[in-house]
Write a protein that binds this ligand. Sequence first.
Ligand SMILES: CCCCCCCC/C=C\CCCCCCCC(=O)SCCNC(=O)CCNC(=O)[C@H](O)C(C)(C)COP(=O)(O)OP(=O)(O)OC[C@H]1O[C@@H](n2cnc3c(N)ncnc32)[C@H](O)[C@@H]1OP(=O)(O)O
Length: 202
Amino acid sequence: MTSDAAIPSRGGLLPTTPPADAVLPERNPNAPAPGQPIPSHYTRCFVCGDDHDAGLRLEVIAGEGLSLTGSFTVSEHHQGAPGLAHGGLLTAAFDDALGSLNWLLSAPAVTGRLETDFRRPVPVGSTLHIRAEVVGVKGRKVFTKAVGRLGSADGPVALTAAALFIQVPIEHFTSNGRPEDVAKAREDRAVRRSVENLEVNP
Ligand SMILES: CCCCCCCC/C=C\CCCCCCCC(=O)SCCNC(=O)CCNC(=O)[C@H](O)C(C)(C)COP(=O)(O)OP(=O)(O)OC[C@H]1O[C@@H](n2cnc3c(N)ncnc32)[C@H](O)[C@@H]1OP(=O)(O)O
């Protein structure tokens, strides 16, 4: 067996399950109330933005505590195999739904690690219902998990996922994004709302 030295390794998998000393912080009092929408963070976001012709248009609703639900309908733009959703695209939906949990903590964060288990094919035209929750926080690390069900909130399980988010300063976005998009984003209504919610100044 050969090992591919060109692909860097972190020296073992970093877990998406929280350590024993992780905590469950209080929900931020300024976060959307249970039952209220958690808005998109950027109108051009492929998953949650409304300014994207082929986007997933994920809609997210805050749940109790550090939880939320989300849903989107698979369109013909989202195919991998004929008539079936592309797996990577389903993973993108979970990335965003799990990432939206950070609104409840009101701290900007990016995905460090994301795992998805595909348990059932997801046909074009079906609606995927996601339930996601924070399972622990340690320092800057936010541990999360989610399930996706077909057709309804208690439909058959199609996917399960877990992710580790790392909290970052707002400069992560302003310094690393393509400058012209960052400049335009200062006027983006969804970004402005995010920045207000996150209580940070871009
Ligand atoms: C006017 C404009 C303003 C714009 C504002 C916009 C507001 C919008 C608001 C909200 C947007 C949310 C958008 C959500 C979109 C959906 C989510 C995504 O798709 S995000 C994209 C994909 N992810 C990345 O691109 C990350 C790329 N990676 C990095 O940048 C770095 O590696 C980063 C920040 C993740 C960590 O780097 P370090 O230098 O800050 O921190 P270190 O020291 O390396 O790690 C801290 C701890 O985390 C662990 N860690 C780091 N990376 C890990 C990983 N990949 N897996 C597991 N653990 C990891 C480390 O082992 C360490 O743990 P120990 O404290 O030692 O226990």
